[in-house]
Design a binder for this molecule. Structure first.
Ligand SMILES: [Zn+2]
Ligand SMILES: [Zn+2]
Length: 426
C-alpha cells in the first residue's frame, strides 16, 4: 500500500505545522494540524493552502498557534469535520481570539470563521478511538501541554501512521509525559525541535531557579517571571506553590484565565493539588492600580505573559523594574531569535538603542519539548517502525537526530521541505 504525504508547513522549520496524508487512490486527504508561524517583524506566515473539499477531516494536536492558528481558514466557505481533545478545543478558541485581537496585520479570517470552526469541532477524551471512513484513529497523550494529543491512524489494510505533534516525555507538574502505550506504527511523523540538544534534568533546573528566586526576594528585590500563558505560567506557579508557598506571588494576564480553566478541567493536569494550592495562596492581579503597587512593594514575585516579552503585562512590569539592580527578570520560556527576550539575554537591552537593563537577567530551561536523547528513546519504543518523517525542526536538528535514528535504530528517515510531496510504500 502507498501513502502520500503533502507537507503544507513545518518542513525543516519550527512553526506552522501542517501535513496532509492520503492513501494512494483516495481522493481526499486527512490533515494533521494547520498552524501559523511569525516572521522577524511578527507578521503571520500561513501554511500552503489546500482546498477544503479535498479534506476528509482535520485533526489538531494542541492549542499552540503554530498548530491550530490557521485552521479557521477552512471555514470561510466550507465546514470540514475537525477533531480536538476537549481541552484543546476550549483553549484553541482563547488562543485564536487573542491572536485576532492583537495581530496588527491583515488576516484572511475573522471571529466569524473561528465561530464556524468551533461549531464543526468534535471533541474527544485522550485515549478515545475514533472511526472514520476506513480509518481508525487512536488518540494518545503527547505530554507537551494539557490537552496535547498524538494521533495513530490505522488504515483498512493494517498500515499505520503515528503523528506526534509536539511531545515531551518527562512528567512535569502540569502534564504527564507522553504515553508509551499503543506505539505501533509503520511510519512515524515526529517533531524534532531539539534534535541536537539534551535538556538538563528538570529537577536541577528547578533547584537553581528556586535558589535564584529566593536570593532576589531575600534581598528585597522584585522577581518578574515572563512566561507563556498556556502551560508554562501554571507550571511555574505550581512549582512556587510547592517550594515557596509563603512567598508574595502575583499572576497576571492570560496566565490567570488559563489557570482557572485548568482548575475546571482537572483531569488534564498532573499535579492538580499544587495548582489548586497556587490559586489559593497566590494573588491574581485584577487592575492597573494593583500592578502599580506591586512594583513598589519589593520582595514580590510576578508571573505573567508574554514569555518572550513581546507584549502583555510582562512588558508593563519590565518598564517599572528594569532600572534597579536588586530586581531580576527570570525568563523561563523559549526565546525566538528576533524576540525582545533574546535581545535582553544577549545584549542587555530590550530594543536597538534601548536603555541598558540594570536588573539581573536569567534564563532557565523549562522546555515542554523532548530533548534529543528523549526523542531517540521515543522512536525506539515504536513497534514495527519502517520509516521516520522528521518535521518541526531546523535542518541541523533534523539531520543530527535523523542520523542517530539511522545509526542506533536502523530505521531510515526523510526530512521533507514545505511544498514537497512524499510517497511511502509499505
Ligand atoms: Zn506546542
Ligand atoms: Zn509546535
Amino acid at each position: 500500500m502507498k501513502l502520500e504525504f503533502l507537507v503544507l508547513g513545518g518542513g525543516r522549520e519550527v512553526g506552522r505545522a501542517a501535513i496532509a496524508i492520503k492513501r494512494n487512490g483516495d481522493d481526499r486527504y486527512t490533515l494533521f494540524d494547520y498552524g501559523i508561524s511569525f516572521d522577524i517583524d511578527d507578521k503571520p506566515i500561513l501554511p500552503l493552502s489546500i482546498a477544503p473539499n479535498k479534506l476528509k477531516a482535520i485533526f489538531i494536536t494542541h492549542s499552540h498557534l503554530d498548530h491550530v492558528g490557521a485552521a479557521p481558514l477552512f471555514y470561510i466557505s466550507s465546514n470540514p469535520p475537525i477533531y480536538m481533545s476537549k481541552f484543546t478545543a476550549i483553549t484553541s478558541r482563547i488562543m485564536i481570539e487573542d491572536f485576532l485581537r492583537i495581530s496588527g496585520y491583515y488576516l484572511p479570517f475573522e471571529f466569524l470563521e473561528l465561530d464556524s470552526m468551533m461549531k464543526s469541532v468534535t471533541t474527544f477524551n485522550i485515549g478515545d478511538r475514533i472511526e472514520l471512513d476506513g480509518m481508525i484513529v487512536d488518540t494518545i497523550n503527547a505530554g507537551h501541554i494539557p490537552g496535547s494529543t498524538m494521533f495513530r491512524v490505522e488504515f483498512r489494510e493494517g498500515v499505520s501512521v503515528l503523528y506526534t505533534g509536539d511531545i515531551n516525555t518527562i512528567d512535569t507538574r502540569i502534564v504527564r509525559g507522553a504515553c508509551n502505550q499503543k506505539l505501533d506504527a509503520g511510519i512515524l511523523v515526529m517533531e524534532s525541535t531539539y534534535g541536537m540538544y539534551d535538556h538538563p534534568s528538570r529537577e536541577r533546573v528547578e533547584q537553581i531557579f528556586i535558589d535564584a528566586v529566593k536570593s532576589v526576594v531575600e534581598d528585597g528585590g522584585t522577581v518578574l517571571i515572563p512566561a507563556f500563558s498556556m502551560g508554562r505560567s501554571q507550571e511555574i506557579l505550581a512549582l512556587l506553590a510547592e517550594k515557596m508557598p509563603q512567598a508574595n506571588v502575583y499572576y497576571d494576564g492570560m496566565a490567570r484565565d488559563i489557570l482557572e480553566l485548568m482548575l475546571l478541567y482537572r483531569e488534564h493536569v498532573n499535579r492538580y493539588d499544587l495548582l489548586e494550592k497556587a490559586s489559593k495562596v497566590f494573588t491574581q492581579v485584577k487592575d492597573s492600580g494593583m500592578r502599580k503597587s506591586i512594583c513598589k512593594e519589593g520582595g514580590s514575585i510576578i508571573v505573567t505573559p508574554a514569555g518572550m516579552l513581546k507584549g502583555g503585562p510582562a512588558l508593563y512590569y519590565v518598564k517599572r523594574i528594569y532600572d534597579n539592580p536588586r530586581n531580576a527578570i527570570m525568563l523561563v520560556s523559549y526565546q525566538a531569535a528576533s524576540s525582545p527576550g533574546r535581545k535582553l539575554l544577549t545584549e542587555g537591552v530590550l530594543e536597538d538603542g534601548g536603555t541598558r537593563v540594570k536588573a539581573k537577567v536569567f534564563w532557565f530551561d523549562f522546555s515542554s519539548h523532548a530533548g534529543a536523547s528523549d526523542l531517540l528513546n521515543f522512536v525506539k519504543q515504536v513497534k514495527n517502525l519502517q520509516r521516520v518523517v522528521l518535521m518541526h525542526g531546523n535542518e541541523d536538528s533534523i539531520y543530527s537526530l535523523g542520523y542517530r535514528i539511522k545509526e542506533e535504530i536502523g530505521v531510515d528517515f526523510v526530512s521533507p521541505q514545505v511544498g514537497e510531496t512524499i510517497n511511502v510504500e509499505l
